[in-house]
Design a protein around this ligand. Structure first.
Ligand code: GLP
Length: 241
């Protein structure tokens, strides 16, 4: 793992955006795995600026998002479809037909999981996967478990995740309790992974994920076994490393 400790959220976002821009310049038809949450918001804003100034062109890029809530309409303010539209798709020139987000409202969620993994494979696989981390160590929505998930899967959200994500909802009872997520196995197939970690609240889990034992109780710890991971972590989150 290439662990880079940077000063703060702004620097983390700048460094990460430069890695993504370099990837797209190097391979214009890159397949990017994208994340939602507060962590990548700064990166997406910088990429929007880079696109505006003509520094990078996303016309041939394809994207696959990590996850989506189940049972929340795509048009809901808090769906990851809406997040992506607001922060990424309306700002960059990615062709709409090249963007993919799992359908948390599919009639058969089981079929949706299988077909999502198939679409990723058909695209040639993810070149660069962007990740944040949950306070319980989840990547995507892969909650602590007795074994690492393999392909895209349906998960029940942990109480701590519901609590953490309730900050975006009017009421905690409105936070969905299930989600569809790329599995840890799906994520591990990406050729390169960029994990971003920011803030004091993430310090303990960052230590467990990066320096602790590889265990399905901390999904992100599996990344220690990936051959090409860059971690960009700010000083507050990295204080225990
Ligand atoms: C969410 C998402 C993850 C994200 C994580 C951290 O629940 N499913 O993909 O990385 O939690 O979110 P944040 O970046 O807002 O701390």
């Amino acid at each position: 793992m290439d662990i880079r400790v940077v000063k703060d959220y702004e620097e983390m976002s700048r460094v990460a955006a430069e890695i993504i821009a370099r990837q797209v310049r190097h391979k214009p038809e890159s397949v990017l795995g994208l994340a939602t949450g507060s962590t990548p918001e700064g990166v997406y804003a910088i990429l929007a600026d880079k696109f505006k100034s003509g520094e990078v062109d996303f016309a041939k890029v394809s994207t696959f998002n990590l996850d989506e809530y189940c049972g929340l309409p795509e048009s809901d303010d808090q769906s990851y479809h809406t997040f992506m539209e607001n922060h990424v798709f309306s700002k960059l020139n990615i062709a709409p037909e090249n963007t993919h987000i799992p359908d948390g409202n599919a009639k058969s969620l089981e079929k949706e999981c299988a077909s999502y993994d198939q679409k990723i494979a058909e695209s040639g696989g993810v070149d660069l996967q962007i990740l944040g981390i949950g306070i319980d160590g989840h990547i995507g929505f892969n909650e602590p478990s007795s074994e690492f998930s393999d392909g895209t899967t349906i998960v029940h959200l942990d109480e701590s995740t519901i609590e953490a994500n309730s900050r975006f909802f009017i009421d905690k009872t409105l936070v969905p309790t299930t989600a569809i997520t790329m599995g840890v196995g799906t994520i591990m197939k990406a050729r390169q992974i960029l994990l971003m970690i920011s803030g004091e609240k993430k310090a303990e889990i960052a230590y467990k994920a990066l320096k602790g034992p590889v265990t399905p109780l901390v999904s992100a710890s599996k990344l220690q076994e990936h051959p090409n991971v860059t971690v960009i972590i700010d000083e507050a989150a990295g204080r225990l490393l």
